[in-house]
Design a protein around this ligand. Structure first.
Ligand code: NDP
Length: 337
């Protein structure tokens, strides 16, 4: 099978690429940056015959994938803007996220298309209701949707965090609506991960170029004071998430489903600080002392990550393993002299 991966030179997309290659799929990565595509290829010489990159335009345009679908059987659509230093929330985050989804779906529905499944990286942001005051035993499942309205998401008074949540919700909704309205020959699977952490396999030129979620985790090792506050106590390892994407593509029964890949272990940046200090001698001096050490992370609600792990046959990493693997890599890649 020949799979198109969008966002292929980003944090999650590059892991999806590697997971597919390891399973023998042919992969076409889409990126706005030809040079990042070249860098990805250069460090994967063993996959020269399976891996290619195509350059696409920014999602401020629509129809950006129309010309790159030739021979493609399935799509994993990972690309979406994920950053918080915006100047115009609707223009920077919300419209590109929706345009990207509409572009990939309409390109996959062109006449002659061989695409039979699309896996979409949505987010727990499209599930979570931040205003809910859940009872202690409340568990989010894939049935839940963030009630945020479009008007609030685009309101210039809303923060970029709110706008990002809206971008993911309304992009995912656009995908489900496309399926309902157009009844295309492909089906859809969406994945709604919370914070994603772990080692990187995409081109990162310096530590300040780390993707948004890993940058926050690294800030703990680098001495952030106060420690960052976790907006959600839920996380998943990027390698588990990549496996979930690829299993979602391969598993016949997954069509039409929405899943939440989330580790059963809640996390906090305090627990990350504990792990980093415990594991790395150098970190005893760099990590702030100004927090309550040794406190177990508390989650005010549960999130059902068991369903996807059971149905798509994978196991979750432990938080400790993810943090250690990531910190080891950052030190090696950016601080080794
Ligand atoms: P990255 O920023 O590393 O990757 C995002 C990718 O999206 C980039 O490779 C970029 O492609 C592409 N992209 C971004 N903006 C645009 C745009 N305007 N037009 C075209 N392409 C664009 O982030 P992640 O890998 O962390 O995130 C990937 C996906 O996972 C996103 O959909 C994000 O919402 C979702 N997600 C991430 C979480 C996390 O904690 N990391 C949590 C939950 C969901 P290029 O530069 O190559 O063209």
């Amino acid at each position: 099978l020949h799979v198109l991966v969008t966002g292929s030179t980003g944090f999650i997309g590059a892991h999806v690429v590697d997971n597919l290659l390891a399973k023998g799929f042919r992969v076409r990565g889409a990126t706005r940056s030809a040079s990042k595509g070249e860098q990805m290829k250069a460090v994967r010489p063993q996959y020269a015959s399976l891996l290619e990159f195509v350059t696409v335009q920014d999602f401020s345009h629509i129809g950006v994938f129309d010309a790159v679908m030739d021979g493609i059987d399935a799509v994993i659509h990972v690309a979406s803007p994920f950053f918080y230093n915006t100047t115009d929330n609707e223009k920077d985050l919300i419209l590109p996220a929706i345009n990207g989804v509409k572009s990939i779906l309409s390109a996959s529905a062109q006449s002659g298309s061989k695409v039979r499944r699309i896996v979409l990286t949505s987010s727990f942001a499209s599930v979570l209701d931040v205003d809910r005051n859940p009872p202690p035993d409340f568990v989010y499942t894939a049935e839940h949707w963030n009630p945020l309205s479009y008007e609030t998401a685009i309101d210039p008074g809303s923060s970029s965090v709110v706008a990002y949540r809206g971008s993911k919700k309304f992009a995912e909704l656009a995908a489900w609506e496309f399926i309902k309205t157009n009844a295309p020959r492909f089906d859809l699977v969406t994945l709604c991960p919370p914070m994603v952490f772990g080692p990187t396999v995409h081109p990162v030129s310096s530590v300040d170029q780390l993707n948004e979620s890993n940058a926050v985790l690294w800030s703990v090792a680098a001495g952030a004071d106060p420690l960052p506050t976790a907006r959600v106590p839920a996380w998943v390892d990027v390698r588990d998430l990549a496996e979930a994407h690829v299993q979602a593509l391969m598993s016949p029964g997954a069509g039409g489903k929405r899943y939440i890949p989330v580790s059963p272990e809640p996390f906090s940046y305090e627990s990350a600080a504990d792990i980093i200090k415990d594991q790395f001698e150098w970190a005893v001096d760099s990590v702030t002392r100004d927090y309550e050490a040794g406190k177990k992370p508390q989650a005010s609600y549960g999130v059902d990550g068991e369903t996807v792990a059971r149905e798509l046959h994978f196991r979750y990493h432990r938080f400790r393993e993810t943090v250690v693997d990531f910190v080891v890599q950052v030190r090696r890649d950016f601080y080794a002299s």
